[in-house]
Design a protein around this ligand. Structure first.
Ligand SMILES: Cc1cc2nc3c(=O)[nH]c(=O)nc-3n(C[C@H](O)[C@H](O)[C@H](O)COP(=O)(O)OP(=O)(O)OC[C@H]3O[C@@H](n4cnc5c(N)ncnc54)[C@H](O)[C@@H]3O)c2cc1C
Length: 388
């Protein structure tokens, strides 16, 4: 077994690990540190596309593949809402563009090594050191940034929804594509499996991305995703003649389990660090916000320990409330999201989901929903959080 010591271990070089390292090197927060990135994949495939709304510049704007300004929401009964998204745009980054750009840029630094290996175990070694095992090597470091996800051991009342989805990029005959704007949520599909909607994103004059998405506790048989996509294309979008160019399948946990950020000198980032918003599954923006805090802390105090989480206690209580309302099924997801988008400007909803609203604004958003189920679950969430 070979042993190697470094200053920083990046355990998992996906969205969170690579974003952290890229931004640390770009901003000069890490210069001299010896850094090892361990990932079992070479990141040569477009294994996902990250979509997110934004109203300001990000460090990855140059990698944006498509951007939409005009957003639509379709209710289950077919009602069409043109969303007032203010300064926000909706954006997609293809993971392959991200991996290729970031890894190529990082390879210029002699103090960074990329190791392709499966991590078998990580642990804090006392209060100030970390250890990572692969089959053949043991690495130790001063800090370890971990983004390997494993399902947590849930407590009795924890909710664990899955956001599962299949997306396809299709090409239709030029001139035949009627979809011009992005459908942020399109509920014109059956709700028998849980909260179910389509993301529908026009890519070009003859290319369209549609993603069949569900919030529920179990996955569907593989064929069901295809059947539902075909029905939506045929009956709702009236597209019958198309060629499939790409496919994507994914599962994102939506849970009110409280993930641990710090374990001595291990820092959990990305989904395992709690950066996936439990009520939406969106992770990209929260991960970047966490990285901003880590780098600010590192710059000012020489360690990554920051105090205030973006998804703080208030946001946690809202997420617990929403997941429990969805779990009780007396206020169906399609009705809830329909009420939300009918009665609140999308720009305010985006700010709310980014944890950038005041309590007064939050209450205005709540007012757009059926108050009773929310009040009941909010009270329970507060009780569970503070009394148990
Ligand atoms: C298909 C898909 C689409 C998504 N779309 C969106 C979206 O549109 N918007 C959004 O905000 N979020 C989206 N998400 C959620 C979230 O943004 C992504 O999952 C994101 O990649 C999470 O970042 P991460 O760094 O936590 O994990 P990852 O990006 O998955 O990185 C973890 C890394 O660890 C490596 N790894 C895992 N196990 C081991 C091991 N034992 N040894 C070594 N290496 C290991 C993996 O190869 C990977 O590179 C999507 C998720 C999926 C699955």
């Amino acid at each position: 077994m070979q042993t190697e010591r470094c200053d920083i271990l990046i355990c998992g070089g996906g969205l969170a690990g690579l974003s952290l390292l890229y931004r640390a090197m770009k901003s000069g927060v890490w210069r001299e540190e010896n850094i090892i990135v361990v990932d079992q994949s070479e990141k040569k495939e477009n294994d996902r596309t990250w979509s997110f709304w934004k109203s300001t510049q990000t460090d990855f704007d140059h990698l944006i593949y498509r951007q939409w300004k005009d957003l639509l929401f379709f209710c289950h009964d077919g009602e069409r809402l043109a969303l007032s998204s203010g300064n926000y745009t909706y954006n997609s980054i293809r993971s392959i563009d991200f991996y290729t750009h970031v890894i190529t840029w990082l390879q210029q630094f002699p103090n960074i090594s990329f190791v392709k290996a499966t991590v078998e175990h990580i642990a804090a070694q006392g209060a100030t050191s970390c250890i990572l095992h692969t089959k053949t090597h043991v690495y130790t470091s001063a800090f370890l940034f971990n983004s390997l996800y494993e399902k947590p051991v849930l407590k009795k009342d924890d909710q664990y929804f899955l956001q599962h989805f299949k997306g396809i990029k299709i090409r239709v005959q030029l001139g035949m594509l009627q979809v011009k704007d992005a459908h942020l949520m399109d509920f014109r599909t059956g709700q028998q499996h849980g909260t179910t909607f389509f993301y529908t994103l026009p890519i070009s004059a003859d290319e369209l991305f549609v993603e069949y998405t569900l919030f529920s506790k179990t996955l569907l048989p593989e064929k069901e995703y295809d059947t539902q996509i075909d029905e939506y294309l045929t009956n709702v979008l009236k597209i019958t003649d198309y060629e499939i160019l790409e496919e994507e399948f994914g599962v994102i946990p939506m849970t009110d389990y409280r993930f641990t950020r710090f374990n001595n000198h291990i820092v959990n980032i990305g989904t395992i660090g709690g950066d996936t918003r439990a009520s939406t599954g969106y992770t990209f923006t929260n991960t970047q916000k966490t990285i901003t805090k880590i780098l600010a802390a590192y710059q000012s105090q020489g360690n990554p320990f920051f105090a205030n989480e973006t998804i703080g206690l208030k946001q946690h209580l809202y997420d617990v409330t929403l997941l429990n309302v969805l779990a009780k099924e007396n206020y169906e997801g399609y009705q809830l999201f329909g009420d939300l988008f009918k009665n609140t400007r999308a720009s305010v909803i985006f700010a709310f989901l980014d944890a950038e609203t005041s309590v007064i604004q939050d209450l205005q958003i709540m007012k757009s929903l059926r108050i009773l189920p929310f009040l009941r679950e909010f009270t329970r969430a507060v009780y569970r959080t503070f009394m148990k």
